[in-house]
Design a protein. Structure first.
Length: 667
């Protein structure tokens, strides 16, 4: 047995595009494993993992939910993640704590936009993955067709280890291809699945391939070692089938999770290393930090180091929270997940203890819209700001911006559903009534050309910080590249480090108020003074030098694009194409398939915000649109977008220096 299978713990995430049946699958797993006595329903708002009021009202998952079940002596920590694109940040954080994953695909809709986004992230992180094709009992289910699409769009190394028996209302379960050997009996389709399994595995080994060509088949005993190794190495992906709402395929899925997905590695005796992937708030106990521990052991009343914030906090309790019940366990060891109390300054994504044992993050969620929050009573301002700051600790992508002088609050969002959920959460959790202005697009800036930024911050005394930057455009999508060419005799290492920390902050607001990206910043020269320099001088000087460089180089706007896949009845094709052209869309030649007009391409976010709503009326509700973030690209010259700056502009150096030194008088 592989070492990964000896650990009696599995940390598994369940992922899917919205409405593929993810929460229903989790509900049936809990029921079939004996964790719950009666089945809940997403539609009726009784699903066990949908704990928030807004989740029960809307019938969608908003936050990742941690639950568990036991199968064959193995404890499985199961994280049910949201399927809607507006809550992709929850998926992003959950990915970091998984040892294995179940990705659900609808047998009717097939591979959808969010399916592909999550799949790519799972591959980038090399997380062993089971593919579960759900809803085989639905009208229009096409398991073999969906398997073909999975192998084409996701991975040709996806291997069926089951074959469905029947389809739609005739679906009654599956044949286990690893148990049944080749016979002349059974449906022809079963043999198609068996051939796919054998051929895909045989391609990985010269010995197996030779045997397959010679005999025309491979027995389960020959396939199993190569299959197990391939799954654990994220090189093969087993495909299972089911109809979760009827409980069909659930038992086999639970067995597959325990059998094929790896357990966690880690050393309980090593220094602690963990990550916070979810926050909740208890009205009596305060903040609850859900933590995956990779190494070490944590106990009640222990002092821990938050290496992200460089602070120490004391653990008051360690609990296991599941299905609304909390159990004080007092200890969590490497490889496990627990709810930790007492860490009231910790945020989602913070690393606890050593960072060396914690995997890197894979960015999925890119907020493309910004909205202004409004409320009626000015006296509620402190409460509203505090509430949003608490929500930002739970979802850092909200990026709350409170403009004190203008009394304005702005947040970044993924889409309209998230806005509706925020309104509900503010009302139910914080007893605050807020509304949001219509969303506007988040643009970015990038340098037009090469420019030099210079600042000599030597007045008013005592201060001394001289910096010279070179700013150059970078490749699209390259982000920020920072280099220092200054020798230590010119500028001490501690001062150079301070500049390096402040450059990304200084680029949060460019000439038009948007974040500056896709550029290279070089610290070409610098100077400190033996007597007059204080480290804070470089904190003040860096933004002034950077903004001076941007002013000399000039900046241009970048706009976000969505990649779209659109399917409409053939008679609406011409009308829809005209709409896409008006929105500045770019698309490939349409394909007509099965009486439907299918188009793929890219669309600017700015011109297509209301397109999903308009598509319904354009196609009498028969259009199917899926979108995902593609990239940022240069705006056409006629597009203008200014964003109000937070704080004093460093280009106004005299006023900026007074402001950061708290010497600016209010008018």
């Amino acid at each position: 047995m592989n070492e990964a299978h000896r650990n009696p713990i599995r940390n598994v995430g369940i992922f899917a595009h919205v409405d593929a049946g993810k929460t229903t699958t989790t509900e049936h797993i809990l029921f079939e494993s004996g964790r719950i006595r009666s089945l809940g329903s997403v539609d009726t708002g009784t699903a066990q993992t949908d704990r928030m009021e807004v989740e029960r009202e809307r019938g969608i998952s908003v936050r990742a939910a941690v639950t568990r079940f036991t199968r064959n002596g193995v404890q499985v920590n199961l994280i049910d993640t949201p399927g809607h694109v507006d809550f992709l940040s929850e998926v992003e954080q959950s990915l970091r704590v998984m040892d294995g994953a179940v990705l659900i695909v609808s047998a009717v809709e097939g591979v959808q936009a969010q399916t592909e986004v999550i799949w790519q992230a799972l591959r980038d992180l090399d997380i062993p993955t089971i593919l579960y094709v759900n809803k085989l009992d639905r009208i229009g289910a096409d398991p073999l067709g969906v398997l073909t699409r999975i192998r084409k769009l996701m991975s040709a190394r996806s291997v069926p280890i089951q074959a469905p028996i029947g389809v739609e209302e005739q679906y009654v379960g599956n044949n286990d291809l690893l148990m049944a050997e080749k016979t002349d009996e059974g449906p022809i389709e079963t043999q198609s699945y068996r051939d796919l399994l054998a051929e895909t595995i045989a391609e990985r080994s010269d010995t197996l391939l030779e045997s397959y060509i010679e005999k025309g088949c491979l027995h389960a005993v020959e396939l199993l070692p190569a299959l197990e190794e391939g799954i654990l190495r994220s090189e093969l992906f087993p495909v299972l089938f089911g109809a979760s709402n009827r409980g069909l395929g659930i038992q086999q899925l639970m067995d597959a999770i325990v059998r094929w997905l790896p357990g966690p590695s880690g050393d309980a005796d090593s220094p602690a290393a963990g990550i916070v992937f979810k926050l909740e708030r208890d009205p009596d106990m305060g903040r609850i930090a859900y933590m995956r521990l990779y190494n070490g052991t944590l106990r009640n009343r222990e002092l821990v180091h938050n290496s992200t914030l460089d602070i120490h906090e004391k653990i008051t309790q360690i609990r296991r929270i599941d299905l609304g019940k909390a159990e004080d366990i007092g200890i969590v060891k490497a490889g496990n997940i627990a709810a930790v109390y007492g860490m009231n300054r910790t945020r989602v994504g913070d690393i606890i203890g050593a960072s060396s044992g914690v995997p890197g993050e894979r960015r999925l969620a890119v907020p493309l819209l910004t909205v202004q929050v409004r409320w009626n009573d000015v006296a509620d301002s402190p409460k509203v700001v505090a509430a949003f700051q608490e929500l930002a600790d739970e979802d850092p992508l909200l990026d709350v911006q409170w403009l004190q002088e203008e009394r304005e609050l702005h947040v970044k969002v993924m889409g309209p559903i998230q806005v509706e959920v925020l309104v509900s959460v503010l009302k139910t959790r914080f007893r605050l009534d807020v509304r949001f202005d219509p969303p506007s697009v988040i643009y970015k800036e990038t340098p037009c050309g090469v420019g030099e930024g210079f600042i000599a911050y030597t007045m008013p005394k005592p201060c001394w910080a001289i910096l010279r930057f070179r700013i150059e455009p970078g490749l699209r999508g390259s982000g920020l590249q920072y280099v220092s060419d200054v020798k230590s005799e010119r500028l001490l290492e501690s001062y150079r480090n301070e500049v390096a920390r402040r450059v990304p902050e200084a680029l949060q607001q460019g000439l038009h108020g948007w974040q500056v990206t896709d550029l290279k910043v070089t610290l070409a020269d610098g100077e400190h003074h033996v007597w007059h320099t204080h480290p804070l001088d470089f904190v003040i000087a860096t933004p002034m030098g950077i903004m001076n460089g941007l002013a000399n180089a000039g900046t241009k706007l970048l706009e976000p694009l969505l990649r779209f896949r659109l399917s409409v009845p053939e008679e609406f094709g011409g009308k829809v194409m005209n709409e896409l052209i008006l929105m500045r869309g770019e698309f490939d030649s349409p394909v007509i398939r099965g009486g439907r007009f299918e188009i793929e391409g890219v669309l600017p976010v700015a011109t297509s915000i209301d397109f999903p709503a308009r598509l319904g009326s354009l196609t009498k509700g028969r259009g199917i649109l899926s979108t995902m973030f593609e990239s940022y690209r240069e705006c056409p010259p006629d597009v203008k977008a200014e964003r109000k700056r937070r704080g004093v502009n460093p280009l106004d150096q005299a006023k900026y220096i007074l402001a950061v030194r708290n010497a600016l008088t209010q008018s």
